[in-house]
Design a protein around this ligand. Structure first.
Ligand code: NCD
Ligand code: ZN
Ligand code: ZN
Length: 354
């Protein structure tokens, strides 16, 4: 038997991260350099405390991020607003004028810093109409919050109860289902893409952790808080469906790390925060996932082309290179006064960003 030649290095068009949490203040000094090293652009989530709800706030947040970009690195933060029950429809024109590209829908209480989230999508309909008209995207954290719905079923329930009706009411609104975690979501997004001629109006981002791990990772030998994020890791069948979607070459699926830093002591806690930090080794983690199914040739579309095409932005110029070379990721980083422990910190990774 002849072994297939194994890829040793791979050079890609510079990728973008279509879903990231950069936080604010001293945290920016740690996390912005990690993201800017690998990605040309990133969609910056607005769930600060208090959330970024106006064009003016987005503009000043963008300037704080830009001030943390190391000299000599080129990186463009793409800003978003946090949609609330009370976002005035005329904020959309101001947002567009300020270069904001999307609004983020968090169902109230669904995830980290989502208390100001939407309590009833219908309350936002006038604002969604303005977005549909002006071409701003709607990004959704797609989980229902009702305590009667099992935590592991909340994404599938969101599709049936909210996403399908929303798409009927706003057929021209461009929507991204963020950080999908289930076969139901992958199937729904692929089905919508297949039935569409012309421009896609529904896409999905997929994180590295949901491609690499199933829910056992949270409980291996004890509770492992650094593997806890929302939507939570699911069963193996779901991981396999996501891996299939990400490596399929379908342009509706693209890279969004959802890298979500929290101080380690707030994750290693009786009520630990949700969020995995992956920005320090994002492309290495995705490379491991694509390599695990022999699909390294599909990484560039997923990481560098499909998101830009979906957002209607130009593809990047320039390249990055990854090499098959074992290295050990740091166990922690400074995070203001605290520590930040990344996913797979202290573990060996097979691919290295060079
Ligand atoms: C994110 C965070 O920490 O801001 N956490 C997470 O588990 N993904 C919020 C989010 O993306 O839902
Ligand atoms: Zn989310
Ligand atoms: Zn997120």
């Amino acid at each position: 038997m002849i072994n297939a030649p194994t890829t040793q290095t791979i050079t890609l068009t510079r990728p973008d991260d279509w879903h990231i949490h950069l936080r604010d203040g001293a945290a920016l000094q740690t996390v912005v350099p990690h993201t800017a090293a690998q990605f040309a652009r990133a969609i910056v989530m607005p769930n600060l405390k208090p959330p970024v709800t106006t064009a003016a706030q987005a503009t000043s947040y963008k300037a704080r991020i830009q001030a943390a970009i190391p000299v000599g690195m080129r990186f463009e933060p793409l800003m978003t607003l946090y949609l609330t029950d009370n976002t005035p429809p005329d904020e959309i024109a101001r947002a567009k004028g300020a270069g904001v590209v999307a609004l983020k829908l968090y169902p109230a209480g669904a995830t980290t810093n989502s208390d100001a989230g939407v309590t009833d999508i219908r309350k936002t309909y006038k604002t969604l109409e303005a977005m549909q008209k002006s071409g701003l995207l709607l990004l959704v954290h797609g989980e229902v919050t009702s305590p009667e719905i099992d935590l592991f079923d909340r994404e599938a329930a969101f599709i049936d109860q909210h996403l399908i009706p929303l798409r009927k009411d706003f057929p021209e609104l461009t929507i991204v289902m963020e950080h999908i975690t289930t076969k139901e979501a992958a199937d729904y997004v692929a089905g919508e893409a297949a039935s569409k001629t012309g421009k896609l109006t529904l896409g999905a981002t997929i994180t590295a952790q949901h491609l690499l791990y199933n829910r056992n990772a949270i409980f291996t030998g004890g509770v492992r808080p650094h593997y806890y994020c929302l939507p939570v890791l699911k069963r193996e069948t779901h991981r396999l469906a996501l891996l299939e979607a990400a490596t399929s070459g379908n342009p509706a699926f693209f890279l969004g790390t959802d890298s979500a830093p929290h101080a380690a002591h707030l994750k290693e806690h009786a009520v630990g925060c949700a969020g995995c930090y992956t920005a320090h080794a994002a492309m290495e983690l995705y490379a491991a996932a694509f390599d695990s199914v022999g699909k390294m040739d599909k990484l560039e579309g997923f990481a560098s082309f499909f998101g830009a095409d979906f957002y209607g932005l130009p593809r990047n110029t320039g390249t990055i290179t990854l090499k098959r070379e074992a290295w050990t990721a740091p166990e922690s980083f400074a995070f203001g006064e605290a520590l930040l422990k990344p996913l797979a910190g202290g573990e060996q990774l097979a691919w290295r960003f060079i």
